[in-house]
Design a protein. Structure first.
Length: 714
């Protein structure tokens, strides 16, 4: 994008300079500077401004098309938007909200259609949104105010004033009050003054009969594009607009090749791009995995003084679309069989509990029971989640025996429901931990009504009638289902096929309401008849995990992952040293303590998704020795404390590297065992399907359709 001369445009390096730029007086700037890397080449493209939209994260970024050659943008992982020379990042984008407009220098191009609208991955911070003019936007003589993020001036934002000298459908011309150097201003908003609504985008300067004219693209082109978002407002990845991708020109027209003499200089002093040729492939490319990585803390150029290292926190997800929110419902089997020993020292008291007299009497240590292992695994799940974007709830299930045939019961007799919502969905994880403590204190009892456990979970996640949780329509809904047995209710315990069918119908309803079930079959009994837990995961596109030894559950649960990440590494690139402590959460959140040296340090986070795509982010910090720890934001205090506790534990052991190697060996061995058990369980489930002839039962489906929404818990 090197500047080039043109017979009809002047590069702004030739524009008259003047001292008439005045700093903007707004509390927050209206413009930011876009930056991206095309392959390995850094690029800076003019100015952008922000417009509010209804879809999260609540805003889009608007700039010119000519500042972003599509062949370069398609090679960029993302575009970050920074506030002036302060280098504070306002937000980041990896997708276009609407079809890209045409550079005005292309054949048939106009200033009106020269625009790009970026979908944002994160809500913008440190900048304000601007309203768009909706009618009677421009007339000759109208006073205007133009904002820009200057390329050379030291200000965060500047503004100049002028008046409209010419109005046409495809362009406006503005005569400035005084000549000004507008390099870096291209794409900046042109506002009616004093109304303050945007009437156009700053595009270029050229010589007129009585001086330099400023060309402005009318806002109507942007306003119409905002009403036609790509993929329902999710936007489309940059790669979709490159060679072989989905090129969608503004208004659905094919890309236009530039004509002779069309190249020129924009208001950034950058050459206008050449449009790519090739067929439009509709939605092709929009289904590819996109890897999101954001460092939330610390900010760029932050000062750290803690000798223990810099605290780094952020989020990473491999997905299509914006950062996801999760609602996770923990579903725990509390039937009588969970009082059996797990075979591990769950409560870490130095004694491994054992069953007495073939399991008829309680274990020698109730704190090591299967129920205790389930509760401990649930606690570990909480540690792996981030309350900033994940709510968690708790449901338990068991079930009272059915009365003998011919016996009629009157009233409930104070019996406990077969499924109980112990804790509604919440970001207050302390409340979930208290609910888990109550479950452990109450202890196991009853039979195994998996159907009611699933129904209660779906009811809470979807906010159906009878739920105590408030549903979030925009969240991904996940059930983590723990059981050590086979379904013995809602039908008589001998009616195995009916009970399994009932579970599968509940799982099918979960599928129809977009709820994913990850199931854990714990112990020999659950794995001897696993068809219900295998199928509930398969039906909902979840994952089934066999745990032959109940005591292994705590280690197995650490493999739960919603973020689709294969690797995460955080290091000090200046020192070439890795983080000493690292926490990676199941929902993509992460935190680390990274060693630092006095002076400037470049901290680097790199991730790899399960499909092989990679992303990398850096932040610069300055270490000033001798000071106390810098206060972390309130929402990150818990994560930082977790890292500090991890450090204390590692130091106490005194064998950090050896422990890591041993844990990795244990993990690999456990994964092999899980795969073997999964294969065996699926083969056994297939045998059960044949033996029980499990198949769809239309009458039962009709009878139980909508039961999770309407029927009260048993």
């Amino acid at each position: 994008m090197a500047p080039r001369s043109s017979p009809w445009l002047l590069a702004l390096v030739l524009a008259p300079l003047g001292p008439a730029l005045a700093p903007a007086r707004a509390a927050e700037p209206a413009v930011a500077k876009p930056r991206f890397v095309a392959g390995t080449e850094p690029r800076v493209g003019g100015s952008v401004f922000f417009v509010a939209v209804e879809r999260e994260p609540g805003a889009v970024a608007v700039t010119t098309a000519h500042a972003f050659p599509l062949e370069e943008l398609a090679r960029a992982r993302d575009v970050s938007f920074h506030v002036g020379r302060a280098k504070g990042r306002a937000t980041v984008s990896s997708r276009l909200w609407a079809a890209p407009g045409h550079p005005f220098s292309a054949a048939g191009g106009t200033l009106r259609d020269d625009f790009l609208i970026f979908a944002l991955d994160l809500p913008p911070s440190g900048v304000r949104t601007l309203p768009l003019c909706t009618r009677e936007c421009a007339e000759p003589g109208q006073r205007v105010r133009i904002f820009g993020a200057p390329a050379v001036a030291p200000h965060v934002e500047d503004d100049v004033f002028g008046r409209i000298s010419k109005v046409a459908d495809d362009q406006l011309e503005v005569e400035l009050d005084v000549p000004a150097d507008l390099r870096g201003w291209g794409g900046g908003p042109v506002l009616r003054h004093p109304d303050g609504d945007v009437i156009g985008l700053l595009q270029a300067q050229w010589p007129g009969e009585d001086g330099i004219r400023v060309g402005v693209g009318p806002i109507e082109g942007v306003r119409e594009a905002l009403a036609r978002p790509l993929d329902g407002g999710l936007g489309r990845a940059f790669a979709a607009f490159g060679p072989g991708g989905a090129r969608v020109a503004a208004r659905g027209e094919p890309p236009r090749a530039p004509g002779p003499g069309a190249a020129g200089s924009d208001a950034d002093g950058a050459s206008a791009p050449v449009s790519l040729e090739g067929p439009l492939l509709g939605r092709a490319g929009a289904l590819s995995t996109e890897l999101r990585l954001a460092i939330d803390y610390p900010q760029d150029d932050a000062v750290v003084s803690d000798a223990g290292g810099a605290f780094v926190a952020g989020r990473a997800l491999a997905l299509l679309g914006e950062f996801r929110r999760f609602d996770v419902m923990l579903v725990i089997d509390t039937s009588d069989s969970t009082r059996a020993a797990s075979g591990a020292d769950v409560n870490e008291n130095g004694v491994v509990g054992e069953d007495r007299i073939l399991g008829i009497f309680p274990t020698t240590d109730a704190g090591d029971s299967i129920l205790a292992a389930e509760v401990a695994a649930a606690r570990r799940v909480l540690e792996s989640l981030d309350p900033r974007n994940t709510r968690v709830g708790l449901v338990t299930f068991a079930g009272a025996p059915l009365p003998p045939p011919g016996v009629i019961t009157i009233g409930g007799g104070g019996a406990r429901p077969d499924a109980i919502t112990e804790q509604a969905l919440t970001t207050e994880y302390a409340s979930v931990k208290k609910a888990l403590e109550r479950v452990l204190e109450r202890g196991p009892d009853g039979l195994t009504n998996m159907t009611e456990g699933l129904r209660a979970a779906v009811r809470e996640l979807k906010g159906f009638s009878g739920s105590v949780s408030k549903s979030d329509p925009g969240s991904d809904k996940v059930v983590l289902f723990f059981t050590d047995g086979q379904p013995t209710l809602p039908y008589d315990g001998g009616a195995v096929a009916h009970n399994v069918r009932s579970v599968l119908r509940a799982a099918d309803q979960a599928r129809r309401t977009d709820v994913v079930i990850h199931s854990f079959a714990i112990g020999p009994e659950a794995l001897d008849g696993p068809v219900a837990v295998v199928e509930m995961a398969r039906i909902t596109d979840g994952r089934f995990t066999p745990v032959r030894k109940p005591g292994d559950l705590m280690q197995v649960i650490e493999n739960v992952d919603f973020a689709n990440l294969d690797a995460l590494a955080i290091r000090n690139a200046t020192l070439d040293r890795a983080a000493t402590e690292l926490v990676q959460k199941a929902d993509g959140g992460f935190g680390a303590l990274v060693p630092v040296a006095p002076g400037r340090n470049v901290l680097e986070v790199s991730v790899r998704a399960t499909d092989g795509s990679e992303a990398k982010e850096q932040v610069v910090v300055h270490h000033v020795p001798g000071g106390g720890p810098v206060e972390a934001p309130r929402e990150l205090v818990s994560l930082r404390n977790q890292l500090l506790e991890q450090r204390v534990l590692n130091l106490k052991r005194g064998r950090i590297e050896a422990e890591r190697e041993r844990n990795e060996e244990v993990r690999r061995a456990l994964e092999l065992e899980i795969e073997r058990e999964r294969t065996t369980a699926e083969e056994r489930a297939q045998e059960q399907r044949r033996d029980l002839r499990i198949e769809a039962d239309p009458e039962d489906e009709a009878e139980e359709a909508g039961a999770a929404e309407k029927a009260p818990p048993r």
